[in-house]
Design a protein around this ligand. Structure first.
Ligand SMILES: [Zn+2]
Length: 390
């Protein structure tokens, strides 16, 4: 079964062979999908025949967003903490404990309903690939349960037992790290593709460089790929540790020194920026231009979570990246699609070239530029094709 998607006013392919820009834009375009994959792209006038036809009425089509950083397995609500923060309270990661208590008390069905609700919300906003972390269980059983639930909905599952030191281990962080790298990792690794750690030596709740290294090396030895919450609240060892260990992504990258930028520029680690967090915690944004000018590969993601940033909208993050971080609309869209795919070490998503998955997002607008030009307007959604089941 093949489908011709046609009358595309502007098709963003992220295919570098199409033109000399990063987005590989084709005007008045069409695309053919077969068995869930793209088999042809080009001008609509040259499109081959297909079994069925979908006319998008001149709208822009872009690769579905790849949200490479999200925390979606949780229970509870922290609107009051957000309100307090907006009234001047400081964010230091401590509120995560509130979500941990609610998550431990929730049933599987409650967690599953929240997770699936958020995924549906994301899909309605154009996101077709999502990474989902554990990190609100923080016991062997609750972390393994979180990852089992995450694995029901995405292959991009991340073990984040080292999210914070739970209250019952206060003052005994090294003992907690031994649990994370021992029995917890053993229970979680079968359900996880990645391991992650919140490396933030300045926070009383998170992990220092030695502890982060222990978590990452144990995860790597268990066959997991590496990701790091790095340099979010202050400068620290996270970014350079991520590059040294060959992590797929260093996330946040808000407080960087020259050595951090040099390390990213010289390594293979993607810098994933999460500007919704700076927006929602009223903090200074990462210096995206400095990273781009140094040649670092950037991804944009939501960090959707109940505490520091409860948005599921990649379009909102694109608008922030353009308005607040001085990325061009093209750079921001690339980072939210192909950049996110790089951060997940995936070549089958984040682009719409032959061989890629047919994960299409359609805009109620003639150009991708409207994603940043019309902030807050729900312009984009995943395109559901009759012959392609999500
Ligand atoms: Zn996060």
């Amino acid at each position: 079964m093949s489908t011709l998607v046609t009358n595309i006013g502007e098709l963003v392919t992220n295919d570098p062979t199409v033109d000399d820009g990063p987005l590989g834009v084709i005007a008045d375009a069409a695309l053919v999908v077969e068995h869930g994959h793209v088999v042809w792209t080009g001008p609509a006038a040259e499109a081959p025949d297909a079994d069925e036809r979908a006319d998008v009425g001149g709208r822009a089509v872009v690769p579905g967003f790849v949200d490479s950083h999200a925390h979606l397995v949780f229970a509870g609500d922290r609107a009051a903490e957000f309100e307090a923060r907006m009234s001047g309270a400081r964010y230091d990661g401590g509120g995560i404990g509130t979500t941990v208590a609610a998550t431990r008390n929730a049933s599987d069905d409650e967690l599953r309903a929240r997770l699936c609700g958020l995924l549906a919300e994301m899909r309605r906003q154009g996101t077709t690939t999502v990474e989902v972390k554990s990190g609100y269980g923080l016991t062997v059983d609750d972390e393994a349960r979180s990852l089992r639930l995450a694995a029901e909905v995405t292959p991009e599952t991340t073990f984040l037992g080292a999210h914070v030191v739970p209250a019952e281990y206060a003052g005994r962080a090294d003992e907690y790290v031994a649990l994370v790298t021992g029995p917890m990792l053993a229970a979680c690794a079968p359900h996880a593709r990645w391991v992650d750690v919140f490396c933030e030596p300045g926070s009383a709740h998170a992990f220092d460089g030695d502890q982060a290294r222990a978590v990452l090396e144990a995860g790597r030895d268990a066959g997991l790929g590496l990701r790091v919450h790095a340099n979010q609240l202050s400068a620290g060892p996270g970014v350079q540790l991520a590059v040294e260990l060959g992590a797929a992504s260093a996330d946040h990258c808000t407080h960087l020194g020259a050595a951090d930028v040099d390390a990213l520029a010289g390594g293979t680690t993607v810098a994933t920026l999460l500007p919704g967090v700076e927006f929602s915690t009223r903090s200074p944004y990462p210096d995206a231009r400095r990273l781009l000018d140094a040649g670092v590969t950037l991804a944009l993601a939501t960090d959707c979570n109940p505490g520091s940033c409860f948005t599921s909208s990649m379009a909102f993050c694109i608008a922030l990246a353009v308005r607040e971080m001085h990325m061009t609309p093209a750079e921001a869209l690339w980072a939210a699609t192909a950049g996110g795919a790089s951060a997940l070490d995936r070549s089958d998503v984040g682009r719409l070239a032959p061989g890629a998955r047919a994960d299409l997002a359609v805009l109620d607008a003639p150009s991708y530029r409207h994603l940043a030009y019309r902030p807050g307007v729900p312009l984009v959604h995943a395109l559901e094709l009759p012959s392609v089941q999500p």
